[in-house]
Write a protein that binds this ligand. Structure first.
Ligand SMILES: Cc1ncc(C[n+]2csc(CCOP(=O)(O)OP(=O)(O)O)c2C)c(N)n1
Ligand SMILES: [Mg+2]
Length: 662
């Protein structure tokens, strides 16, 4: 006889309780409350094959309520994924175990995205659903025809980013997105009545979602609701009424089960209540057999899909696309063209010019902007908008939803087959920052096109002028921040971003900059992160490091210094992260390890000087802006802050004089 759904669900409950107990840390309440709903989803609906977590046409499952990580670990183990093993589960939350505190995509295939920062799972799921519809439009039902399922908690639906994500999903009519809401009326502080009186369902309805309800503790009723959601062409919210910590007789329904071990006594009481095995970490044979069968359920569909792929004339192209291999064959011919016709251009414009070539050569790119298309220069003439009526389009009007856009791009990148890029003003990376951090943590190839990168944006003033942004973004691990100086560097940085395993930020100017790279190079010089743009003519006394629009100022200052006999190197430093990764010899050549009395190092960047001592040393000269900006035309703002070739040259000679540097 088949074990009942409740017994299958109880295996999840048992593992969740035991793992949290063993770690004396974790969140048993959510997995215990949603165990029945997850059972209905995984045994009856989710299209997956535990034997191949990378099957491109699998349904995507996202546990947005990432604190309930034991739910997904239990599901992956029970359905027969290679990892986590039962041993891994016994080592829940321990050093080196893939069963991390919150689910991490880089630890376990089967964990599609990293969740834990509430709200972002749902928002990434929106990106996954976009990628699915886009690839379906390009490759057809035979190769791409799957859904995105999410389990979300009250917290996920309270976060601001949820409002952005829900709005975007409704607008794009992402009918293959289904969110199961764990409606347990509890968050950490207690009842949701402490902090919420909005009608969550009505909000989704207002955003053009389909909504329905079910008893989340009854797998049959959840099954019925999922069927209703599947049949509706709109994105769906299924309100699953549940009880947090269900099965723990004295603590269920209370915040006490949210984020702490239940305690030995309560676990024993729950075992009795649920009729579980007396031994911890034990799943009855018939229950495990049934779960393993559920893990193989998709096997036939998977085999049929493989047959269709083998028979497809687009097999190679599709696999290439899914594997994300990118060639930068577009770069050389494009740069040659630039060099043949040099003129001043804003790097945001240079980015658009590069994108014309990129979007023509690389069909995987899907661009967009958070309502600043004309400012970010992200839409090229050769791509159409991606809309509910035309998912084959490659340009997304994200609306004024920076965080939602960034999170959606993470979902798109991790779905595979798509390389998302999206723009806003650099100053508004603050609005997107939590998702940028997840791009980095998840190694998602997302390219942020952040324009208006300094006081050079001019009249919009200090609210719009980034100051601390570049340095604060550089502080983030696994994120490459590029600040190209001209059109050639912009193209090189684009090429690096496209072939990177990390996310990248391109910080681009609003104002024109003159070409600083005027000669053909044998290699992508920006790949070194920093390189000598102009060597000293006189005996070298100064090395100026500059980025972006300040490189031309550095060149101007160097010219004046050379005229006074002060030999000056100008180093363009488009990417500090890449420079730091260069071999010692290279770094030593660019920035020799000698005292600042022998060779003075100077940095110029139109932003905070915080951190530039990394490269100029404690006794070097840091030129930048350590206050908020000003509302003024760009030229006046640069004058005001002393960022002109003349003023920089004078500051350097004064500094040398004061410090007794000859
Ligand atoms: C952005 C963010 N803020 C705060 C937290 C800390 N946190 C983790 S779970 C949680 C409560 C979530 O409540 P709910 O989604 O209802 O989960 P439940 O208690 O029902 O499991 C909070 C505040 C977080 N993980 N992410
Ligand atoms: Mg809750």
């Amino acid at each position: 006889m088949q074990p009942s759904d409740r017994r299958l669900a109880n295996a999840i409950r048992a593992l969740a309780m035991d793992a949290v107990e063993a770690a004396n840390s974790g969140h048993p309440g959510m997995p215990m409350g949603m165990a029945d709903a997850a059972t209905a989803l995984f045994t009856r609906h989710l299209k997956f094959d535990a034997a191949d977590p990378h099957w491109p046409d699998r349904d995507r499952f996202i546990l947005s309520a990432g604190h309930g990580s034991m739910l997904i670990y239990a599901l992956l183990y029970l359905t027969g994924y290679e990892r986590p093993t039962l041993e891994d589960i016994k080592r829940f939350r321990q050093l080196g175990s893939p069963t991390a505190g919150h689910p991490e995509n880089f630890e376990l295939p089967g964990v599609e995205v990293t969740t834990g920062p509430l709200g972002q799972g749902v928002a990434m799921a929106v990106g996954m659903a976009i990628a699915e519809r886009h690839l379906n439009a390009v490759y057809g039902d035979d190769l791409v025809d799957h859904r995105t399922f999410v389990i979300a908690g009250d917290g996920d639906l309270m976060e601001g980013v949820n409002h952005e994500a829900v709005g975007l999903a409704g607008h794009l009519k992402l009918g293959r997105l289904i969110v199961l809401w764990d409606d347990n009326s509890i968050t950490i502080d207690g009842s949701t009545e402490l902090s919420r009186n909005e009608d969550v369902v009505a909000r989704h309805k207002a955003a053009q979602w389909h909504t329905c309800e079910c008893d989340g503790l009854d797998a049959d009723d959840v099954d019925r609701a999922i069927k209703e959601a599947l049949a509706d062409p709109r994105p769906s919210l299924i309100r699953c009424r549940t009880i947090i910590g269900y099965g723990a007789p004295n603590k269920q329904g209370t915040a006490a089960t949210h984020g702490a071990a239940l305690g030995k006594e309560e676990v024993e009481a729950a075992r009795a209540e649920l009729g579980l095995e007396p031994e911890e970490f034990t799943v009855p044979d018939d229950v495990l057999t049934s779960w393993r069968a559920a893990g193989k359920r998709g096997g036939i569909e998977h085999a049929l899909w493989k047959e269709r792929l083998e028979g497809s004339s687009r097999r190679e192209e599709f696999l290439h696309r899914i594997n994300g291999t990118i060639h930068d064959g577009w770069l050389r011919p494009y740069v040659d063209k630039l060099l043949a016709d040099l003129k001043p251009v804003a790097t945001r414009k240079a980015s658009e010019m590069a994108l014309e070539a990129i979007n023509a050569a690389i069909p995987a790119t899907v661009g967009g902007s958070a309502d600043l298309t004309g400012s970010n220069n992200t839409r090229t003439k050769n791509i159409e908008p991606l809309t509910a009526e035309n998912y084959a389009g490659r340009y997304i009007y994200y609306g004024i939803r920076e965080f939602g856009m960034a999170a959606a791009m993470n979902g798109m990148a991790l779905h595979g087959g798509v390389i998302p890029y999206g723009g806003t003003f650099l100053v508004f990376t603050d609005y997107a920052r939590p998702a940028i951090r997840l791009s980095a943590l998840q190694n998602a190839r997302v390219i942020y096109v952040m324009t208006h990168d300094s006081i050079g944006l001019g009249e919009d003033g200090p609210t719009h002028q980034p100051i601390e942004h570049l340095q604060s973004l550089r502080a983030m691990p696994q994120l490459d921040v590029y600040r190209p100086a001209d059109a050639v560097e912009t193209a090189e940085c684009w090429a690096l971003a496209l072939t990177s395993q990390h996310p990248s930020i391109l910080a681009l100017t609003r104002q024109n900059v003159r070409p600083v790279r005027t000669a053909k190079a044998e290699e992508n010089l920006c790949a070194h992160g920093a390189y000598r743009l102009k060597p000293a003519q006189n005996a070298r006394k100064v090395i100026i490091l500059a980025t972006g629009s300040e490189v031309e100022i550095a060149l101007g200052a160097a010219e004046k210094l050379e005229a006074q006999g002060v030999g000056t190197d100008v180093v363009s430093m488009p990417c500090t992260e890449r420079f730091d990764a260069q071999p010692w010899d290279y770094r030593e050549d660019i920035l020799p390890d000698v005292s600042n009395r022998e060779i003075l190092r100077v940095s110029i960047e139109a932003g905070t000087t915080f951190g530039w001592e990394r490269y100029v040393g404690l006794h070097g000269l840091k030129i930048g802006i350590d206050r908020f900006g000003v509302s003024a035309p760009a030229k006046d703002a640069y004058e005001h802050f002393g960022l002109t070739a003349g003023k920089v040259a004078t500051r350097i000679t004064d500094f040398m004089e004061k410090r007794g540097i000859q």
